[in-house]
Design a binder for this molecule. Sequence first.
Ligand SMILES: Nc1ncnc2c1ncn2[C@@H]1O[C@H](COP(=O)(O)OP(=O)(O)OP(=O)(O)O)[C@@H](O)[C@H]1O
Length: 227
Amino acid sequence: MLEFQGIVLRQDDFTLAADLSLPQGRHAVIGASGSGKSTLLSLVAGFLAPTQGRLIWDGQDITDLAPGRRPVSILFQHHNLFPHLSVTQNMGMGLRPDLRLDRAQRVQVAQALDQVGLTGMGERRPGALSGGQQSRVALARVLLRARPLLLLDEPFAALGPALKSEMLALLAQIATDTTVLMVTHDPTDARIFAPDTLLVEDGRVHPPRPTGALLDDPPPGLRAYLG
Ligand SMILES: Nc1ncnc2c1ncn2[C@@H]1O[C@H](COP(=O)(O)OP(=O)(O)OP(=O)(O)O)[C@@H](O)[C@H]1O
């Protein structure tokens, strides 16, 4: 459970406010451009600090924890695979940045590779993979970190619709026991991936609502944004 207790975050003349609880599970984050979606993820990741309020994870106050000490992993649109490292090495970075993996960790990497359907491709460089395969490597690296909170900012926006759906289905299948917050501009993504959605409107984060109900009968601002 992630709790936003009376959170207010100011950035120049923009203010983000959040006062809600997020149970474990998959949540979409949806809202107009500039409404504050990325700011919300940065707050949870610890890149931005609130001016007021507390952020609580499973009863523990994480408001003042440095990003690296938070129970968080992040997957953004640009996956930042290292081009000079092999797929296996890129994934190993998720476990040990210095790549001194022990035997058990090497087995873990191989299993993750199997899990995302890239068996036998571990020695390739990212440049020798398709866009979808590179996304799979980035996804596997994030999953190897095994942090309980996963933040996604339009992670598969560069992929075509079919591949994107496939990646979301794969993520839903393997990111169990994880609380996921996924920013998306695509209501279809929200519907297929996230049982609940957080609407961000003019800097206010609304509590989670069932995705289908919210999108079937959107409030006026969201309706205008969805078109
Ligand atoms: N570094 C910054 N300093 C001051 N204001 C900022 C900064 N970064 C973003 N903002 C402002 O904060 C507001 C929210 O930005 P944010 O990136 O969270 O929106 P968003 O909902 O993710 O938008 P988009 O869908 O376009 O990515 C915007 O009005 C933006 O101009």
